[in-house]
Design a protein around this ligand. Structure first.
Ligand code: F6P
Length: 373
């Protein structure tokens, strides 16, 4: 029987986090009389013992609010930035956990948070997690909360860009979040009727992208919308990245390993600029005036969609039941209409990327949308 639990939100914020906090908290209090303590700013708040009592007053009125009332950070327990150093602060976090006599710690987050939570589990805490991220790339769950809201925002943006692209006979390249997975660009691209969709899972050939735009132009459509994931890359960059990653993983020469790591960092920095480069190149290759729109953090902000509120509430309330049963070391995954406890070791070090034969990919191809390959 649990008496008191802790809860924290870590990684990038995501619409639906407050709905999930509310779901866990209300179900834990109402059904089982469990007290709930919130830790501020992710794992840093656990280290610094910065808390907020999540009683019914604190949980009231937060369902529709974006972001997280607890605050968040990307700090990791075993690599915590302290001044100019990075230190392993796991023991300090364990002290906080024990000081509050916690029966469990609930960690709400994406792939990185699942890993950090697993680490704390291996170090003796009763851990239970929920999957959130607008990228929808957490493994072993049908979907993550935050994704639906971001999908709505990105789709609306593409809808709006259509009329201006059409009026000016321009190419508009719209960059959608998603560093390693293309769910958001693909989903919003299809829903918004983008003419080209570029995602990290399918490296693109820029001449093929330009050809598809020119074909539209010859057919009398002198504008095009290109939806691109922030992590999309050309065939050349994908090849370079793969080579460097292989060298980092396999090289027996320490200097070569180090150099490859540094080159990977440079490549990642250049990738951050790649949408601007892509836009400029498309203008050169097609002769059509081109503009770029980076949607950025707008996609993570504001009120969660009803679907995200429902999902977060479903997973949050299920989480309280698992805690009462003593089911720990798991992520509460969305499975069909219900929830399922998946062991954390099956979740960590995996990523839910877009399968190349996914129905969305097939549908886009059937529509004649260019995926750049
Ligand atoms: O949390 C996921 C995400 O929104 C990614 O899509 C994006 O690449 C990243 O976070 C941005 O992180 P930050 O807000 O730390 O700049």
């Amino acid at each position: 029987m649990a008496d008191c639990i802790g809860i924290l939100t870590a990684g990038g914020d995501s619409p639906g986090l407050n709905a999930a906090i509310r779901g866990v908290g209300k179900a834990a209090m109402n059904a089982y009389g469990i007290r709930v303590i919130g830790f501020r700013d992710g794992f840093r708040g656990l280290m610094e013992n910065r808390t907020i009592m999540l009683d019914s007053a604190a949980l009231s009125g937060i369902l529709t609010i974006g972001g997280t009332i607890l605050g968040t950070s990307r700090d990791k327990p075993h690599k915590m930035p302290i001044g100019t150093k990075t230190m392993d602060m796991t023991e300090v976090m364990l002290e906080t956990y024990n000081k509050h006599h916690l029966d469990a710690l609930v960690c709400l987050g994406g792939g990185g948070t699942q890993k950090n939570a697993y680490w704390l589990m291996q170090n003796g805490m009763n851990i239970i997690t929920l999957p959130k991220t607008i990228d929808n790339d957490v493994a072993m769950t049908d979907v993550t909360f935050g994704f639906d809201t971001a999908l709505n925002i990105a789709t609306e943006a593409i809808d709006r860009l259509h009329s201006t692209a059409h009026s000016h006979h321009r190419i508009i390249v719209v960059e959608v979040m998603g560093h390693n997975a293309g769910w958001l660009a693909l989903g919003a691209g299809i829903a918004g009727g983008a003419d080209v969709i570029l995602i990290p899972e399918i490296p693109y050939d820029i001449t093929k992208v330009a050809d598809s735009i020119l074909k539209r132009s010859r057919g009398g459509k002198h504008f095009s919308i290109v939806a691109v994931s922030e992590g999309a890359m050309s065939l050349e960059v994908a090849r370079m990245k793969q080579e460097l990653e292989d060298r980092v993983a396999n090289s027996e020469d320490k200097k070569d390993k180090k150099r490859s790591k540094q080159e990977l960092v440079i490549l990642e920095t250049e990738r951050a600029q790649s949408t601007h480069f892509l836009t400029q190149k498309l203008e050169e290759l097609t002769g059509l005036e081109s503009r770029v729109t980076i949607l950025g953090h707008v996609q993570r902000g504001g009120i969660p969609s009803p679907a995200d509120r429902l999902l977060a509430t479903r997973l949050g309330t299920a989480c309280a039941h698992y805690i009462q049963q003593g089911t720990f070391g798991v992520m509460v995954a969305a499975r069909g209409d219900g929830a399922e406890a998946v062991p954390l070791e099956e979740v960590v070090n995996k990523r839910n990327t877009v399968p190349l034969d996914h129905a969305w990919v097939t549908a886009a191809r059937d529509l004649g949308t260019s995926l750049g390959d």
